[in-house]
Design a protein around this ligand. Structure first.
Ligand SMILES: [Cu+2]
Length: 158
C-alpha cells in the first residue's frame, strides 16, 4: 500500500517533467527550462555539497548567473558524509516538493532536474535555461534545506 501511494505521488511529481519534452506552451512545463543537450553545453558550473562543522549544510557556490537560452552543465560533487541532492526548479515547486519529502523521506527522484548523490559521489545535470527569472537549487532531504542547503540561479536575457 505504501508503495502504491508513493508511486502515485511520484507520478504526480514526475508529470511536469515528462510533459516538458519538446513542446512549447504545454501545461506541464518546468519554468526553469528543459533537459539540455550535452553537445550544446556552453558553461560548466561545479558545485560541492557538504555539511559544515557548525551544523550547516551548504552548496558551494550557491548563487549563479546564467544567460537565457544557455545550456549549462552542473557538475555536482557530494563532499559531505550524508546523502545529498540537487534539485533545480522554480521556488514554488521546490517548496511543494520539500513538503512531500518531509512526509516520505525515502522518496527517490529520477527527474532530469534532480540528482541524489551518496557521500563522495559526483554527477551531472545538463540543463537548458529557456526562461528568465530566479530559480532555486535545493537539497530536499528532510532538514537539509532548513540547514542552509539551497541557492539561487538568476537567468537573465543578457
Ligand atoms: Cu542535503
Amino acid at each position: 500500500m505504501k508503495t502504491a501511494i508513493l508511486g502515485l505521488l511520484l507520478a504526480t511529481l514526475a508529470t511536469p517533467v515528462l510533459a516538458s519534452g519538446s513542446h512549447a506552451g504545454g501545461h506541464g512545463e518546468i519554468a526553469a527550462g528543459e533537459p539540455g543537450d550535452k553537445s550544446k553545453v556552453s558553461q560548466t558550473i561545479r558545485i560541492s555539497m557538504k555539511e559544515t562543522p557548525d551544523g550547516k549544510m551548504i552548496f558551494t557556490p550557491n548563487d549563479f548567473k546564467v544567460r537565457k537560452g544557455q545550456t549549462v552543465r552542473f557538475t555536482i560533487k557530494n563532499e559531505g558524509e550524508l546523502d545529498h541532492e540537487f534539485v533545480l526548479d522554480q521556488e514554488a515547486k521546490v517548496m511543494e516538493h520539500k513538503a512531500v519529502m518531509e512526509k516520505f523521506p525515502d522518496m527517490e527522484h529520477d527527474d532530469p532536474n534532480a540528482i541524489r548523490l551518496k557521500a563522495g559521489k559526483s554527477g551531472d545535470i545538463v540543463w537548458k535555461f529557456t526562461n528568465d527569472g530566479v530559480f532555486k537549487i535545493a537539497c530536499l532531504v528532510p532538514g537539509h534545506y532548513d540547514a542552509g542547503m539551497h541557492g539561487d540561479v538568476t537567468v537573465a536575457d543578457k
